[in-house]
Design a protein around this ligand. Sequence first.
Ligand code: ADP
Ligand code: MG
Length: 256
Amino acid sequence: MTLQTARPTPDPNPTNMIPRLDIRRIDRVFGGRKVVDDVSLTVLPGQVTCLLGPSGCGKSTTLRIIAGVDRQDAGEIRIDGQLVCDTVFRLPPERRSVGLMFQDFALFPHLSVAENVAFGLTGPKAARRARVEDLLDRVALGRFIDAYPHELSGGEQQRVALARALAPRPKIMLMDEPFSGLDNRLRDEIRDQTLQVLKDEGAAVLLVTHEPDEAMRMADEIALMRGGRIVQQGAPYNIYNAPVDRAAAAFFSDIN
Ligand code: ADP
Ligand code: MG
């Protein structure tokens, strides 16, 4: 069997691309309050979209609904053109082709690095092994293939979690504040390495963050969220230079 190479090829007709993720008019109500309010968003193949906003604005709830571990009260979600949920139909999380990464890397402590990365893989053993080795090389952890999570630093564990989430080639990667558990000193470097790996894999990514500088550094597209709503969406440069209102300007003002 030949292994797929995951290098992205440029799409000759980007305007005709089916979005990897297409969220339409999602609401989520908790205790009578709309925590997610009419949120629509698309992520195109190979793109990193950042859902950016202050703590409590509804980012994680949105991500949980996409992953399928929570449900919406209105609206629908498509992944690669396929309906995964509306208000009557729900595909279970394991059938949505989503890769998940959270602040807490949640590696399996009793499994080796190789076993962690192979966890979601199916197919012939040799192909699984080749995929694990390739990914671990790409996150510069080849020498730790037989190590256990407790033997690794925080940054190394983060990269194992990245390799594990990418291994089954999910159609969309959902990342919820994946760098906030890391040492300040390391964070920029790990953000850059992570972005490089995501781009090399051609992954489509929805990255949740409350840090404007992280969104500016990583995003192709930013969706600015506040009070459950998306208040502005566009290229980082445009959002930074032409914030929609005073509150958006203030939110970006402490970037240096
Ligand atoms: P963010 O990730 O942007 O910090 P969240 O999506 O976690 O925000 O939360 C948005 C709001 O929804 C918060 O006010 C939070 O308290 C509330 N919330 C989240 N989950 C629940 C829940 N299961 N029940 C009730 N309220 C919730
Ligand atoms: Mg959150």
